[in-house]
Design a protein around this ligand. Structure first.
Ligand code: FAD
Length: 307
């Protein structure tokens, strides 16, 4: 039985575990894949105080730091059910095992929705990107496309237009879905082309990196090629919270609703990072949120009557 059981081993979960262990309480981390999204990242240039690192290196450092403490790490464990109780919360895993803890910190992160077109996998991190805050500066002076005309796509296009030479925004539907104020801003920019009723069909590359894309004009059926160096896919970030439906309050987007302390709708259950309603999904934010949720869990423990 743990005092703090963290579910998820990305930046948020690793930080939560370290902060809990440093209080001298029984801490466990169960993760499907220790390291989280960081494992899928190449260059990281906004992990402040470290001007440049790479995902696998940062993931290894996160794990090494956790291993400096008395934390029970259960890797390759997929949580499938959360069962809240009066003083104890139970987490069930896909392998049939279950763990009990006085407090639980949910840090299961999120995943970017993919286009699922040929070339996307091949050129991920080689021109195909998902995070403009992270990778925008890598495309300074180059040509990029943004896939998706919702708020995040249009925000990304506006952001990137200030850095890159040219942005082509590609929306599947016949109209953009972003807020009017964003659409007006986008349309005022001279280096942005907006394409609607356009279905991205392939990511093209030279074997090393992206060289363009093709899309289908959905009105005419014509296939069109665009030459460019980068593609930002902005068609949704899906929180890994399917398994929590009905157990904790989720937002309409499936994010775990947390307050300023990382407290969820269930007493003793906290959450941090990309799986929550906290805005802006970034490594440094996930780290900070993990620390906060862990301190809140500790606070809960010292106030609760359970021995
Ligand atoms: P995650 O990193 O998603 O970790 C979630 C953890 O939970 C994983 O261990 C996962 O296996 C586990 N998990 C999920 N479901 C379950 C389950 N049911 N049971 C058990 N465990 C589960 N951010 C930056 O700041 N800078 C960058 O340069 C940057 N580049 C990026 C590039 C790419 C390609 C991607 C995909 C993301 C990038 N990000 C970047 C975003 C950053 O990686 C995330 O914001 C950050 O990793 C979120 O941390 P997290 O701990 O909340 O979640």
């Amino acid at each position: 039985r743990f005092d703090v059981l963290v579910v998820g081993g990305g930046p948020a979960g690793a930080t939560a575990a370290i902060y809990a262990a440093r209080k001298g309480i029984r801490t466990g981390v169960a993760a499907e894949r220790f390291g989280g999204q960081v494992l899928d990242t190449m260059a990281i240039e906004n992990f402040i105080s470290v001007p440049y690192t790479e995902g696998p290196k940062l993931a290894a450092a996160l794990e090494q730091h956790v291993r400096e403490y008395e934390v029970e790490i259960l890797n390759l464990q997929k949580a499938v059910k959360l069962v809240p109780g009066a003083d104890i919360v139970e987490v069930e895993f896909a392998n049939g095992a279950s763990l009990r803890s006085k407090t639980v910190i949910l840090a299961t992160g999120a995943r970017w929705r993919q286009m699922n077109v040929p070339g996307e996998d091949t050129y991920r991190n080689k021109g195909v990107a998902y995070c403009p805050h992270c990778d925008g500066p890598l495309f300074k002076g180059k040509r990029v496309a943004v896939i998706g005309g919702g708020n995040s796509g249009v925000e990304a296009a506006i952001d990137l237009a200030g850095i890159v030479a040219h942005v082509t925004l590609i929306e599947f539907d016949s109209a953009l879905r972003a807020d009017d104020v964003l659409q007006r801003k986008l349309k005022s920019l001279s280096n942005v082309t907006i394409l609607t009723s356009a279905k991205t069909t392939e990511v093209l590359g030279d074997g090393q990196k992206v060289s363009g894309l093709t899309y289908e004009n959905r009105n005419t059926g014509e296939s069109v090629k665009v030459e460019l160096e980068g593609i930002f896919v902005q068609i949704g970030l899906l929180p890994n919270t399917e398994w929590l439906k009905g157990a904790v309050e989720l937002s309409p987007r499936g994010e775990i609703v947390v307050d300023a302390h990382g407290q969820t709708s269930v007493p003793g259950v906290f959450a941090a990072g990309d799986c929550t309603t906290v805005p802006y999904k970034q490594i440094v934010i996930a780290l900070g949120e993990g620390a906060k949720a862990s301190l809140s869990a500790f606070d809960h423990l010292i106030r609760s009557s359970a021995p």
